[in-house]
Ligand binder design. Sequence first.
Ligand SMILES: [Ca+2]
Ligand SMILES: [Ca+2]
Ligand SMILES: [Ca+2]
Length: 313
Amino acid sequence: MNTKTILPVVALAGLALATGSANAAIMATDVIVVDLGKTGQLTTSTAIANWNNVARDNPGSNVFTNPDVIISDAIRYSDGGATGVTMTSAGTSGIGGLVITSAGAAASFTSTGVIPDSAQIDVSFASSSASAFTFANLNSSLTYNLEIMSLVDSGTARNANDITVNGTTISIDPNDSPGIYAFNDISVNGSNEIVISFGTNSGAANAQHINALELTAVSEPSSELELTGFTYDPSTGASEVNIKGSPGTRYELVEDSDLDFSTPDQNPVPLTGVTLGTQDGNGVITDSFGNATVQFNLGTANDATFIRAESAP
Ligand SMILES: [Ca+2]
Ligand SMILES: [Ca+2]
Ligand SMILES: [Ca+2]
């Protein structure tokens, strides 16, 4: 039986074979932005690109059922493609009746920039009860940056309250402008979810306000060079591997005959394609998160091949 193994020199972790998936899945660098608000104030302009709107035409009451799948398949900001991510409301909340005008250009998300007026102007709402929003069907191999805009105008007094995201709690006051709160490098829980929880507010001065949300998928922080997700087709020799290294860095794959089971060696291994990162001759330049996915052909003659990635500026 003709089999090949891949043995990265730099790191041995994570050599599971890629299984592939026909379903939409969130990928590193994907960004999901959500406008919680009113029908008639959607964020849909083509100049603004691909927002997810959760809009209700009955503001001021608890219009979300419990639970309520308010987004069934979130689209990514870059191209409107499906991510498979869902967003569910739990507890007692809905869409508020307030009109918010005070933040303007000061309210900005890290990945997508200034938040459009149509997203700033309206808010989700919980009076005094506990409530939560859950992003589900996330990729557990990634971490996530979550930014929440929670702002009402200063003339509309609201009490501070706590937001907890997967175990991290911060106190916010919706009267503080521009009202952007960040939770960075969040790992998913055991159910591949990120849960945003708001506590009760005994002051009955509104327990939850969210104007808009931004969820950005990032790679796991890594200071080492890794090869992961190797696949090989023994009938054709077609192969693929993921490189995780430093952002914007050029790497080549090197096949070596040092251990006598790879003949002849190829330096660098010719690339037949690049599906993540930018191909540069027979090298690849990683994306802004340090990731690249490359295709190449190892042939069908050898029983094993020894390959490593090398930085090759
Ligand atoms: Ca809106
Ligand atoms: Ca909104
Ligand atoms: Ca306040």
